[in-house]
Ligand binder design. Sequence first.
Ligand SMILES: *Cc1c(COP(=O)(O)O)cnc(C)c1O
Length: 354
Amino acid sequence: MQPSIRPYLRTGPGYVYAARTTAADKKGEEGRIARLASNENPFPPSTAAVSAGVAALATVNRYPDNRMTDLIEALKRFHGDHTFVVGNGMDGIIEAVLRCFVEKGDRVVVSTPTFSFYGIAAAGQGAIVENVQRKDDFTVDIPAFTRACTGARVAFLCTPNNPTGTMTTPAEVREVLDGIGDCMLFLDNAYVDFAGDDYRPLMDDYQNLIVGRTMSKIFGLAGLRVGYAFIPAWLEPFYQKAATPFSGISSVSAAAAVAALADHEHQERTLRHVLEWREQVRSAVRFPVLPSEANFLMIDVAPHTADEVVATLAGHGVLIRSCRSFPGLGDHYVRVSIGDAWENERFIEEINRL
Ligand SMILES: *Cc1c(COP(=O)(O)O)cnc(C)c1O
């Protein structure tokens, strides 16, 4: 007899990954594939991070430090004295946070269209997921979102938002926090390293705020799966009980992350490159491009469909992301990451040829 699977896994696609290279293998200029579908850092990681990871491999017969002391200390040197937790990507932290707060049947609110994993992880915890639609310009309808959060257990708000690039200002986030009672707000700051606003000061004033960050983007460590979050101090002991042992982070990932945090030159190089090319790509593309403060742009390709455009570009060795799988976006938006210079140039050439 085959044991029965939980209903939430019988419907929907689950997490939809960006197109992989297979569709476009051996295409493109000189056989090179422009990988602009996953908002990764186009540059190799910091050489200091690579060396630290390699050195840590020699001691992997031992379990990692369960307190992740070196990484937590490195985060404090980088950001100042806050309470941090680390996880197997920010995704791992999202799961542990939901385990802290959500019982079956509790409400979890998501400001949408956005990153799909919030809803998937919340459903996995037995939550009833309520999506609150953003406005036509993809800014958050603050009163509607705040109303929905009231009485909910956890709410997710992404700024800069994936895939739209939209910012919600710290003042607007304060407005939400002031209006949602004891609902926990998870503010996803995966792309904040590329944006102008700083949300860290909010941690001083609210006991119901978690700010999630990742080392997958500006730090270039996507393959190592390192995320971290600012959490209120009262939550820390409970979070540790809910989390995967050893925070779900390998000693190799932790060592590399410590070195990456200290390599400011590497971070600044990526930031300069992204800011410069974000503007260049935006102004060169002949379709409407949404304002973005992240390392990607969302583009309205109507009258083409997103899937058609993604397939056409993949055929020419340029991988971008269709936004059709983001609920509420329709099928005429694509998302393109800011890549290496040649990748951006290839993208501009191909999209303008449509
Ligand atoms: C990339 C990303 C993350 C972080 O993912 P990791 O699990 O840390 O790799 C979180 N939220 C959003 C919106 C993202 O795009």
